[in-house]
Design a protein around this ligand. Structure first.
Ligand code: 5GP
Ligand code: MN
Length: 357
């Protein structure tokens, strides 16, 4: 049912690389999300169970709503604890890059990894990985890196060395968060095969959902309402919505890192919306971070690369503009107008039949 990501040669290489007592650093991408964290932690649990000495190092802080994940309390934040991260990476036999395949979004960790003598293993589902890895496991058709991790562990596990409950929780969290709770990019039967196997491991998927998504503060809930009411611009002629979030608003509503996670999906709940864009001021870097989400075949990654110095997936992409919010909004309006034909071409209705409205 599932892909075998390791052929015989790769399987031998995996076993050589991750031999007993080898020192492994598992890393995720900047702004660790549920998939970066879930995949990294699941792999860390697995490698520990194989006898490896494993540390998980993230380039910066993970959001609060992931702190319940098994093993999250031992994750090292390279921004806060850079000397410890540098030491671990310089002494590592293997650095495993989970949920990213390119340098460039990983700040100081990039240099630490590039300068290290460690073998590099990449496990990722983003397009076009370019890190020079000894072993590259890349599958852009996977809904999450955690899906690849599950298939990999199923291939490597046996009855004396099973996939554990903690690994299962982490894998489910990765798959759930990268698909918006299985609402997009999640219609392949393999995904539900994996979920059924994880349920057999005893995971409580409803609790995992609540841990991640029912984790609001009152202020976050009010800010969400404020944005939808005051800042969201809906352009019916383009089936598109965008909204802004500036630093004064964040301050007023006690905004914390990660608080805006997932909100860009909300405008897609408006009937027939194809594209949603959020613009968020980042005072640290004097920039505007953009997130794009779409449905069907609208290419967020193309728009992000063309207009916002970014990239990503077909239905989820991001980018950064180094300008004022006002200028960023003008750029967003330009991008939307440039993609008019894709945004207004005939719609596909829920039953898959074409709607030529
Ligand atoms: P988010 O909107 O959650 O920040 O990002 C959505 C997706 O787009 C993620 O899978 C992420 O990897 C990708 N992405 C976000 N920002 C960038 C960027 O600046 N460059 C590239 N290449 N991908 C990005
Ligand atoms: Mn991912």
């Amino acid at each position: 049912m599932l892909k075998r990501y390791l052929d015989d040669a790769a399987c031998t290489l995996w076993k050589d690389l991750f031999s007993n007592t080898c020192r492994v650093v598992v890393t995720g991408h900047l702004g660790p999300d549920g998939d970066a964290m879930g995949s990294s932690l699941a792999l860390a649990f697995w490698l520990k169970s194989c006898g490896c000495q494993v540390s998980v190092v993230m380039p910066n802080l993970y959001p609060d709503f992931l702190s319940w994940l098994p093993g999250a309390d031992e994750v090292i934040n390279a921004q806060m604890d850079s000397s410890r991260a540098a030491t671990l990476i310089s002494q590592a036999d293997v650095v495993l890059c989970a949920d990213y395949g390119c340098y460039g979004r990983n700040e100081s960790l990039d240099a630490m990894i590039a300068n290290s003598q460690a073998e590099i293993v990449v496990i990722d589902h983003h397009l076009n990985p370019d890190i020079q890895a000894r072993l590259l496991i890349s599958d852009p058709s996977a809904c999450a890196t955690a899906e690849i991790v599950y298939a990999l562990l199923e291939q490597l596990s046996d009855s004396s060395h099973p996939i554990s409950y903690d690994m299962s929780v982490c894998i489910y969290c990765g798959m759930m968060t990268d698909t918006g709770g299985f609402t997009y990019n999640s219609s392949r039967p393999e995904i539900f095969y994996i979920i059924s196997r994880l349920l057999e491991k005893g995971i409580d998927k409803d609790r995992i959902y609540r841990n991640v998504y029912y984790n609001n503060t009152v202020e976050r809930m009010r800010l969400m309402g404020y944005i939808l009411n005051n800042n969201m611009v809906y352009l019916p002629e383009y089936h598109t919505a965008y909204y802004t979030l500036n630093s004064q608003e964040m301050k007023k509503y006690l905004f914390k890192k990660g608080d805006a996670e997932g909100w860009v999906n909300l405008p897609l709940e408006i009937k027939d919306t194809r594209l949603s864009i959020s613009l968020r001021e980042d005072t640290d870097t004097h920039s505007i971070r953009l997130s794009l989400r779409s449905v069907d075949d609208f290419p967020c990654n193309r728009m992000a690369a063309e207009f916002f110095n970014g990239g990503g997936h077909l239905n989820a992409a991001g980018g950064t503009l180094y300008c004022s919010m006002e200028e960023a909004v003008i750029k967003v309006r330009e991008a939307i107008a440039a993609y008019e034909s894709l945004l207004t071409s005939s719609l596909v209705t829920g039953d898959g039949k074409e709607n030529t409205r």
